[in-house]
Design a protein around this ligand. Structure first.
Ligand SMILES: [Zn+2]
Length: 178
């Protein structure tokens, strides 16, 4: 038996490894990238909806992340975050969704063949950007509004364009303890 380390950091990740073999309880790629999407969502200032996205290329490198927020230079304090009332007094005409931000903020202009991890199923507007950018797979965690026209149109377009869609269960996502 090797020396037993009683610190929390060692015991939390590996309780029986003596240090000579690799850990076996490491997280999967899906867990890793979806966790990055979830972490990105925590940057959002939206009081009602937090969505994060993470784009990964064929080499499993992260090439873009995003969360829902207003465009660069547009004040988080001046523009409205509400959902009801006159259209111009709601967030809807101003907010940029996580998926679109991840695409526009990407370090690569060429996203062909990439996979997009996202907390919520993409809306129809983001679906257009996903398709046009060449992303080939969408991995989502929640689909809160499957009966909405937006999600129906999104699903229709993504399917027709040959973008693979995969559900990733929420309970598979790493619980982040900092
Ligand atoms: Zn969207």
């Amino acid at each position: 038996m090797g020396e037993v380390c009683n610190t929390t950091c060692c015991n939390a990740s590996n309780t029986s490894n003596t240090g000579n073999t690799k850990r076996t309880d490491y997280i999967s790629w899906d867990e890793y990238f979806m966790s990055v999407a979830v972490l990105s969502s925590l940057r959002s200032k939206d009081p009602n909806t937090r969505v994060g996205a993470c784009i990964v290329n064929a080499d499993r490198k992260i090439v873009g992340t995003g969360y829902n927020g207003f465009p660069i230079g547009c004040s988080d304090d001046d523009l409205p975050w509400g959902r009801e009332g006159d259209h111009l007094d709601t967030k809807y005409p101003y907010v940029c969704h996580a998926e679109l931000n991840a695409i526009l903020n990407s370090i690569s202009r060429d996203l062909r063949g990439c996979t997009l991890y996202v907390v919520m199923f993409p809306c129809n507007e983001c679906a257009k950007a996903i398709i046009q950018s060449g992303i080939k797979e969408v991995v989502y965690m929640e689909n809160k509004y499957p009966e909405s026209d937006s999600v129906k149109a999104s699903l229709r377009m993504l399917t027709q364009a040959g973008v693979a869609i995969r559900h990733f269960a929420k309970d598979e996502v790493l619980e982040i303890h900092i």
